[in-house]
Design a binder for this molecule. Structure first.
Ligand code: HEM
Ligand code: HEM
Length: 178
């Protein structure tokens, strides 16, 4: 199997990044919701640095994915109505923007709390904003909203993939899996 995309197929790198990031984002979304509803104390405080480290790891993979996408375009889209192509394109662009914005808002907001961001105990991720409670509150609430918008669009995206697989019965989903 080819590592790069061809005109008709997704390559192994695009497919692996798509599925690792899809699973990672859903996991981080539920993890984030879980910690934001907890009564934080000494027993569970370690969960926040874990969420931050996984989020930064995901931001790294998303950046690699976008760079890879710019040098390696996807295969030609399978036949569909022009408005379906347009909606698919808009949703993909919005997903890429939200995939970058969500962890970046989290990183700026977390930096502004003044707490360090350890990367799985290996080293500290640099803080990219000075300590500022107002910025932390604003950016972490934007972080929550943009995560919700991303997952809502991902649901629409999944519904479209399932529609093409089970109703239109074309190769769209199989191309992203096989
Ligand atoms: C793309 C990856 C990420 C996703 C999908 C995600 C998702 C979430 C969600 C859904 C929440 C709960 C928001 C709420 O309901 O109020 C949350 C909270 C939070 N996230 Fe993320 N996050 C990601 C990456 C990051 C990164 C990279 C950082 C920082 C380096 C971060 C730091 C935080 C912090 C500090 C909270 C607040 C926890 C609390 O309530 O005390 N997140 N995240
Ligand atoms: C958080 C979850 C997900 C995100 C953020 C996401 C994001 C994306 C993006 C941005 C693309 C466009 C690739 C490109 O052309 O550059 C894409 C393609 C695709 N995704 Fe997802 N995806 C997610 C989950 C899923 C799931 C669960 C499915 C299956 C049910 C799926 C099926 C597909 C398929 C079939 C394509 C190829 C579409 C085409 O050929 O035009 N995705 N995804």
């Amino acid at each position: 199997m080819s590592l790069r995309n061809t005109q008709t197929r997704f390559g192994l790198i695009t497919k692996s990044l798509h599925w690792i990031i899809a699973i990672g984002l859903w996991a981080l979304f539920f993890f984030g919701k879980y910690i934001s509803n907890l009564e934080l104390g000494p027993d569970n405080f370690h969960l926040i640095p874990r969420h931050k480290a996984f989020g930064i790891l995901m931001l790294g993979l998303i950046t690699i994915r976008i760079l890879w996408r710019t040098t390696n375009p996807p295969p030609t889209a399978l036949p569909a109505k022009p408005f379906e192509h347009l909606i698919a394109k808009l949703v993909h662009v919005a997903l890429y923007i939200l995939m970058l914005a969500t962890p970046l808002f989290g990183w700026i907001g977390a930096s502004a709390t003044g707490f360090s961001i350890p990367f799985f105990g290996l080293f500290d991720i640099p803080l990219i904003w000075g300590e500022d409670e107002a910025v932390a509150d604003l950016l972490l609430s934007l972080h929550g909203y943009s995560a919700m918008a991303m997952m809502a669009l991902a649901l629409l995206h999944i519904a479209a993939a399932l529609y093409r697989h089970f109703i239109k019965r074309d190769e769209t989903l199989r191309r992203m899996i096989r």
